[in-house]
Design a protein around this ligand. Structure first.
Ligand SMILES: N[C@@H](CCC(=O)N[C@@H](CS)C(=O)NCC(=O)O)C(=O)O
Length: 206
């Protein structure tokens, strides 16, 4: 049996989707929070010099894997959160990538130091990225979702990814931009109410 360790800074960022996949699937993982001062020592041991890193130990062999999206997708497939059948799988990954575009734009805003560029990046997220995602989610839910999920009739990586961007963008002060999208608000509530997710959220590091 494989054991898993997720290494990331002590924040949500690009590591949180992986923690959410493990938690929603009810799978054990070591939540390795790397302190800023310990990162320079660990960095050269990682494949890309970046985190998150997933360490998989199986049959005495240790593999260090990188790229948050690749890790989240492959674990989701392995744990039954990747969509049922090829059409659902395609749609789950479509939602995941669409959310990823918004995540990248939100990070650009959040980490920008120059005030003028930061304001422009915020406008781009609030006026372009979030409305585009909000409208797209309503469409996909109507076409392919059941029981309040975006794709199919059970929780998938698509749901975790949307919940994660809404949660993290609210942390970044962008929460109001979702107010015009009641389907998204209802969806976040639904995901938070899922048994394994709600147990994780109750104990996750603030
Ligand atoms: N495309 C990569 C990006 C990883 C990335 O940018 N990691 C940042 C934290 S979010 C990092 O490790 N920064 C520290 C460094 O580069 O030294 C992924 O999604 O995993």
């Amino acid at each position: 049996m494989a054991t898993y360790k997720v290494s990331y800074f002590d924040g949500k960022g690009r590591g949180e989707i992986i923690r959410l996949v493990f938690s929603a699937a009810g799978k054990n993982f070591e939540d390795h929070r790397v302190k800023g001062e310990d990162w320079p020592k660990f960095k050269p041991e990682t494949p890309l010099g970046q985190m998150p890193v997933l360490t998989v130990t199986k049959g005495g062999k240790k593999s260090l894997l990188c790229q948050s999206g690749t890790i989240a997708r492959s674990l989701a497939r392995e744990f039954g959160l990747g969509g049922q059948g090829s059409e659902e799988q395609q749609l789950v990954e479509e939602v995941f990538d669409t959310v990823g575009d918004v995540h990248t734009a939100a990070f650009k805003f959040y980490f920008e130091k120059d005030e003028k560029s930061k304001a422009a990046a915020k406008t781009d997220v609030v006026d372009n990225h979030i409305p585009r995602l909000g409208n797209y989610i309503s469409k996909r839910m109507k076409e392919y979702g059941k029981n309040g999920f975006i794709i199919g009739s059970k929780l998938s990586l698509a749901d975790l990814a949307l919940f994660n961007i809404v949660d993290q963008s609210s942390d970044m002060g962008l929460g109001d931009a979702w107010a015009k999208f009641p389907d998204v608000a209802a969806h976040s509530k639904k995901v938070q109410g899922e048994k394994n997710v709600s147990a994780y959220l109750a104990k996750r590091s603030k």
